[in-house]
Design a binder for this molecule. Structure first.
Ligand SMILES: [Fe+2]
Ligand SMILES: [Fe+2]
Length: 259
């Protein structure tokens, strides 16, 4: 979509609704709605677990469904690299801040790589995002890196004072004082605690809690060499190498496919 042309052709009503939206996210919603109306395709708005069926928009809308390139997202090249995902699909500042902290704390390259990847599962799913991230990257990283990413899901809920990790204050705000992690997380934690790679995962959680500085930008390009040594980039591109997780990468290239 030509954004300038789109903005020039915006209807008066749509422009007014964007201008009058009081918050940034309301403005973004109004803008998206206006773009949606101007498309000759319908967005599928994928989702899951709708108990009353998938919400449909206008039953009179007979436009074909949008497939492949989403006009609201930058196009990705034919053979996407991990760096392309950081730059074109993911919000990176939290993970790069955590990797920078790991570097400062003298962590191994594997841990720094794990920090860089620990939350990329959030781009697919919040629930169990550590497992999603670990599964996504497992074909391309050292087993220790994938293991550490997976276990951060559970370890972040359990303090380890000896290692310098307290239960995050932020989680009290997020989940309330009375939140108790589900038993499967406690079991995962207990198993991980005795594992030879325990500290690699624990280091992710330690760097994680201090990596939310809104005034600090850490460029992912600072980690180009570490990524080059610790992530096996497939020559066909992520999503097109027939790996067991290629479909997960494609789902982020084209997140709004109907099917
Ligand atoms: Fe996380
Ligand atoms: Fe995190």
């Amino acid at each position: 979509m030509d954004r300038r042309k789109f903005l020039n052709n915006l209807s008066v009503a749509a422009a007014a609704s964007i201008a009058s939206a009081s918050t940034l996210s309301a403005k973004a919603d109004a803008l998206e709605e206006a773009m949606e109306a101007s498309l000759d395709k319908r967005r599928a708005k994928p989702g899951h677990c709708f108990i009353d069926g998938r919400p449909e928009r206008d039953p009179n809308d007979k436009r074909p469904y949008l497939q492949h390139n989403e006009p609201l997202l930058p196009k990705m090249g034919k053979a996407p690299t991990l760096m392309d995902f950081y730059k074109l699909r993911w919000s990176t500042n939290h993970v790069t801040q955590s990797a920078r902290l790991a570097q400062k704390n003298g962590s191994s390259e594997k841990v720094i790589m794990a920090c860089l990847l620990h939350d990329v599962g959030l781009n697919i799913m919040g629930t169990d995002h550590g497992y999603w991230a670990a599964q996504l990257v497992r074909p391309y990283v050292d087993p220790e890196v994938a293991w550490a990413i997976e276990k951060h899901q559970a370890l972040r809920f359990f303090p380890d004072r000896e290692a310098g990790y307290e239960y995050p204050e932020r989680y009290i705000e997020y989940f309330g004082e009375d939140y108790v992690p589900e038993p499967y997380l406690k079991e995962e934690h207990d198993r991980a605690k005795n594992h030879k790679w325990y500290m690699s995962s624990r280091e992710i959680t330690i760097n994680d809690i201090y990596a939310f500085d809104p005034d600090l930008q850490v460029d992912v390009e600072d980690f180009t060499d570490i990524i080059g040594r610790n992530f096996k980039q497939p020559k066909e591109g992520l999503g097109f190498d027939s790996s067991p997780t290629a479909h997960m990468w494609r789902s982020m290239i084209w997140p709004n496919n109907f099917l």
